[in-house]
Ligand binder design. Structure first.
Ligand SMILES: NC(=O)c1ccc[n+]([C@@H]2O[C@H](COP(=O)([O-])OP(=O)(O)OC[C@H]3O[C@@H](n4cnc5c(N)ncnc54)[C@H](O)[C@@H]3O)[C@@H](O)[C@H]2O)c1
Length: 351
């Protein structure tokens, strides 16, 4: 029933022939407010009662990260398809269990990797597929905020509930966008460092009124990683909720290819004028500024989820991309803890 949950709700209700049967969430007043505003007839406090219903085809998971695996597994085991918010789970081991259950039950697991659905990322993808950038050999992916720790003292800053800080929260989007644009290369190794400098001092919070679960700041507030992928290409990642920098919430990608390069700069979730493509025209450096149509990520994800279920053709759509990203993040946290590069051809296992 947070921001993500309401987005899912609005997207389902905007699609033809989709009925939202029930909602679950802990905050009673919010539950009733949402039920009334969107005309959802059945309201449950705990997810367990919602998942137990036998009149649902599918569920969306928009709860804190520690609940993604238990809710997904319970839903799949009772025959429901699952759309899970990112990250798929706190660890690779949890994500693996979800994927295995989806395979065993023959159900769909999709993940709300919403940022890759943006108009600018899709335009970049088309340029890459058309060969305009040649072979991409280095990518920089960054998401940085000045004061953007979500819910200081809420599940977001609790290690057990969130699984990590900005790396698992924002970094997972950046890893997803980068790997999507790089055509899903194999990951060979990661070297990562994490920092917790502002959060533990009570600085960098966004004050967004989430339920408080404790006062300790237990996760990183900045992470940086160097990732080697198959074919010799590399990815530089940076994800921070809080740092002394300009007062904005910015993400972006830099791509260097053998025949062209690209920059995507998104400031405060803007959608206009975000992409530059660098190339040569007749041997002279040229800049292409594509016109981008804004595209709402959640709507694209929810629509595809519904269409996939309707089509009856969902073989193999069991959330493997979410598992791959969870394994990379596992390896990043191990690398940061052990202060060394982690090779991914050795299964990093669970944290
Ligand atoms: N794709 C995106 O752009 C995007 C954006 C924001 C959040 N998210 C993801 O969505 C998820 C939720 O984030 P949020 O910011 O909306 O969090 P939030 O804290 O605002 O909301 C979480 C909701 O989960 C509910 N909940 C907790 N325990 C429950 C239980 N036992 N049974 C039923 N409901 C329970 C709470 O009542 C609350 O309504 C996270 O995994 C986050 O990473 C994704």
């Amino acid at each position: 029933m947070g921001w993500a949950g309401e987005r899912h709700l609005k997207c389902y209700l905007g699609l033809p022939n989709v009925e939202v049967v029930a909602l679950a969430g802990l905050e009673e007043p919010r539950l009733h407010e949402l039920g009334q505003r969107y005309g959802v007839p059945n309201l449950h406090r705990d997810y367990v009662d919602l998942v137990a219903r036998d009149d649902l085809d599918a569920i969306s998971i928009c709860a804190p990260n520690h609940l993604h695996a238990p809710v997904a597994i319970a839903a799949l085991e009772s025959g429901k398809h699952v759309l899970c918010e990112k990250p798929l789970a706190r660890t690779g081991a949890e994500a693996e269990e979800i994927v295995r259950t989806a395979r065993e039950t023959g159900r769909v697991v999709h993940i709300a990797f919403t940022q890759r659905e943006r108009g600018d990322v899709q335009v970049l993808k088309r340029h890459i597929l058309n060969g305009n950038l040649g072979r991409i050999y280095h990518v920089k992916a960054t998401w940085m905020r000045r004061n953007g720790i979500p819910g200081m003292g809420s599940w977001f800053t609790n290690k057990e509930m969130a699984g990590g800080g900005p790396l698992i929260d924002l970094g997972v989007h950046m890893i997803d966008m980068a790997l999507f644009l790089m055509d899903e290369p194999e990951i060979e190794s990661v070297s990562c460092a994490t920092y917790a400098e502002l959060g533990p001092q009570g600085r960098g919070g966004r004050g967004d009124g989430k339920t408080i679960v404790g006062d300790a700041y237990e996760v990183e507030d900045l992470a940086t990683a160097f990732i080697r992928v198959s074919g010799g290409a590399t990815l530089n990642l940076e994800a921070g909720w809080a740092a002394y920098r300009e007062s904005s919430d910015d993400f972006g990608l830099t791509l260097y290819g053998t025949d062209g390069g690209a920059e995507m700069r998104v400031r405060n979730y803007g959608t206009q004028d975000t992409v530059r493509i660098y190339t040569d025209v007749d041997g002279v450096p040229a800049v292409v500024v594509p016109e981008i149509e804004p595209r709402e990520g959640h709507l694209a994800v929810v629509r595809r989820f519904v269409e996939t279920i309707r089509s009856g053709e969902w073989h193999g759509q069991v959330g493997e991309e979410g598992l791959r990203r969870a394994r990379i993040i596992d390896a990043c946290y191990i690398s940061a803890l052990e202060q060394r590069e982690i090779s991914l051809d050795i299964h990093p296992g669970s944290r």
